[in-house]
Write a protein of this length. Structure first.
Length: 344
């Protein structure tokens, strides 16, 4: 798809610009989620006065919010002052599909990531993340300083690995491996799934101290303490050697090309001449079209990372002294990129 191909639409240019720049609707949806109004409606609190009391809101202001969103398909007002959820509104419940309420809550980490877009001009001018410019400290420092946000981040990563880990365990040929390293693995779910699926393997989990301590407990709960250990480490520093396969799963997106190359080089050095490095990522489009990647700008403003395609991973691998040997495709854009020491 060409970047200069016009988008066919019946909208006037002014109407389209208005839709593209609208802030009222995104913030109205977030306000509804933050006040947990969808959960209240689902529990049977449907009258405006009762909803306002339960949500700690001004009745007039809440009514204006609900009627605004009724015109946008989030709620309906079947009778005056009584509200019900649409299918879209159901997604905003606390335990709705995809965890959308938590992400949209204006008091939560997801909203802080979204609000970092206010610093997008800074990111475009400098090529650096804008999160610190907007919030006063960088994203990783926020996670270290706020246990609640760290917990939310870890839960988000775990939800990703529930989708990723079974595919990695099933798609990749682990038969020749003996010891797998999960580098920067966050929740440890990937290592647990791989070891549980392939009993001949041993494993080492490497991540920051908080994660390593938590994963040590999860390994024990999974009955894997005799086959796996969790150690403190940093993928920007030298990694322990001795593994056949070093896995970097859903992590490179968070980092610039320079940093991602360093991470891969650390893995390559630890793996040595006989080991392999396995990159696990999701390709938003393939062939990769950066401006269509939904989270590319979010990665830029939040952490200075980026979405990438296969050619990008080949380039990063080459910079780390690796060649791409095999590419395996899973569901929903997941790819496993197996890298071996460069022949040159």
């Amino acid at each position: 798809m060409s970047a200069d191909r016009p988008i066919v639409t019946d909208e006037s240019p002014m109407a389209r610009l208005g839709r593209l720049t609208d802030l009222a609707t995104p913030f109205a949806v977030r306000a509804l989620a933050s006040l947990r109004v969808p959960d209240l409606i689902a529990s049977g609190v449907t009258g405006l006065e009762a909803l306002a009391t339960a949500a700690g809101a001004d009745p007039d202001a809440l009514g204006r919010l609900l009627r605004y969103l009724a015109h946008r398909g989030v709620v309906v007002e079947p009778q005056s002052g009584v509200f019900a959820l649409t299918e879209v509104g159901e997604l905003l419940r606390d335990h709705g599909p995809g965890g959308q309420r938590g992400w949209l809550d204006l008091d939560g980490l997801g909203a802080r990531m979204d609000l970092a877009y206010a610093g997008l001009p800074h990111a475009i001018r400098t090529g650096k993340p804008a999160y610190e410019t907007v919030h006063g400290r960088d994203y990783w420092a926020e996670l270290d300083a706020e246990p609640g946000w760290r917990g939310y981040f870890d839960a988000l990563m775990l939800s990703q690995q529930h989708v990723t880990a079974p595919q990695v365990a099933g798609l990749y040929d682990w038969s020749a491996a003996r010891h797998v390293f999960d580098v920067g693995g966050g929740s440890g779910e990937l290592l647990i799934r791989v070891l549980s699926t392939h009993p001949h393997l041993r494993g080492t989990f490497v991540d920051r101290p908080i994660a390593a301590a938590a994963v040590a407990g999860r390994l024990a709960e999974a009955g894997l303490a005799d086959r796996a250990v969790a150690v403190t480490g940093d993928f920007f520093a030298p990694l322990p050697s001795g593994g056949d396969v070093y896995v970097v799963s859903r992590a490179l997106t968070d980092w610039s090309d320079e940093d991602a190359t360093i991470i891969l080089r650390r893995c390559a050095v630890a793996a040595g001449t006989g080991g392999r490095v396995l990159i696990v990522e999701v390709l938003p489009t393939e062939p990769h079209v950066p401006y269509l990647a939904p989270f590319d700008l979010q990665m830029l403003v939040t952490v200075g990372g980026r979405e990438r395609g296969l050619d990008d991973f080949r380039r990063l691998a080459a910079g780390a002294g690796l060649d791409v040997a095999t590419v395996l495709s899973g569901r929903d854009g997941l790819v496993l990129v197996e890298c071996v020491p460069s022949a040159t």
